[in-house]
Design a protein. Structure first.
Length: 374
């Protein structure tokens, strides 16, 4: 299972590299950059990601999981805490948001790594605090959940408010709710968590006028008489998908990447890929991605340690939800969110963070073989 999982990730990374080179051609020309500018950066991130996957897969999960959790969750939480007071030279404003740290030779998005540490911490902590208690009343469940609610609210403040990244907050909220359900919480409490998350979501939308404008723009896309400027990105995304047909226009021959879709090699990579490689390409990617998620769930079903089980499920949730939210956004089913497609979108932070998650899953999968050998 681990070899197949590793090869599935390599396949997606390879497609991502190809798209980073092809879809960024307009941007490199516009800003007078070398044609291989984004390809080289993405290749560096892919190499680091592959190294981390291989390195982590060789570690002993029973010894390495907790130190990795403490280091990753603690360091990234501190970064999120201090980013709002860091100077503009280190945390620049890009697209109206302060999500990246400029370290000179690279830009780092701490929230991508925080998600990994968050799932590791929640998995470890729930097994210690919630799982042993068994069946609880609704009030007792809520009492147990309060510390996790405080952690989530802290995360929401620094991610959704200071970094203006509501999409990542939604990912964490859904993942936390599902993990709580898996350790024995009642459906009543689970749906209560969904309701609380929904209230937080509405509150965060109301607090920021640009979010209300984005929802209004999305709703206007269902109106056939709506003016095109309000639905510009989604309209061009759908046109690019339609233009690709079944076999595509050919690699490098896409036209909507020529300024009609902003950030086509990041947020709209799936639309650009379909235009150039056709509908058959998205079928192949979805099949490999779904198979990768299936393998992760398969590993989760076989491990005996509940911490490892929860982490594998959390990893599968983060990866699959990211793919779903992005694909639904570019097709107009939901409002567009700036969430990268795992292993496909351009961006070193999410590539490396996703590779860390897969590396830890591979590390955990060794415990299955060790158990079988005993």
């Amino acid at each position: 299972m681990d070899r197949i999982l590793f090869l599935a990730v390599i396949f997606l990374m390879t497609i991502g590299l190809l798209m980073s080179y092809s879809l960024s051609s307009y941007v490199t020309t516009l800003y007078n950059l070398p044609s291989y500018h984004f390809l080289i950066r993405q290749l560096f991130a892919v190499c680091v990601g592959i190294f981390l996957m291989v390195y982590l897969s060789r570690l002993d999960a029973n010894r390495a999981f907790k130190p990795i959790m403490i280091g990753l969750f603690g360091s990234t939480l501190l970064l999120l805490l201090f980013m709002p007071i860091m100077p503009e030279s280190i945390v620049p404003t890009i697209g109206g948001a302060n999500r990246w740290m400029n370290l000179g030779f690279i830009s780092l998005a701490p929230v991508e790594f925080y998600k990994v540490g968050f799932v590791m911490f929640i998995s470890w902590s729930l097994v210690r605090t919630r799982l042993p208690k068994g069946i609880l009343s609704f009030g007792e469940e809520f009492t147990v959940f309060i510390p996790y609610l405080l952690v989530f609210i802290l995360s929401m403040i620094f991610i959704a408010i200071f970094q203006k990244d509501l999409g990542q907050t939604m990912l964490l909220a859904i993942t936390l709710s599902i993990l709580f359900l898996l350790v024995g919480s009642s459906f009543k409490f689970f749906f209560s968590l969904i309701g609380i998350s929904g209230m937080f979501f509405i509150m965060l939308v109301i607090m920021q006028p640009y979010r209300l404008a984005r929802i209004k723009s999305w709703l206007s896309s269902f109106n056939t008489e709506a003016s095109r400027p309000e639905t510009y990105q989604v309209s061009n995304s759908l046109d690019a998908i339609h233009s690709g047909g079944f076999f595509g226009q050919g690699i490098g021959n896409g036209s909507y990447k020529l300024g009609f879709l902003s950030e086509v090699h990041t947020d709209f990579v799936l639309a650009g890929m379909i235009e150039e490689l056709g509908f058959i390409s998205i079928l192949s990617v979805v099949a490999v991605f779904a198979f990768m998620i299936f393998i992760i769930f398969k590993i989760a079903s076989k491990v005996k340690n509940p911490v490892y089980y929860l982490f594998c499920v959390g990893t599968a949730m983060l990866l699959s939800l990211s793919f779903i939210i992005n694909s639904f956004g570019i097709s107009g089913i939901i409002p567009i969110k700036g969430i990268a497609v795992p292993f496909l979108s351009y961006g070193g932070s999410h590539i490396i963070a996703s590779s860390i998650m897969i590396g830890i899953v591979l590390m955990i999968s060794k415990t299955i073989r060790q158990k079988e050998e005993l």
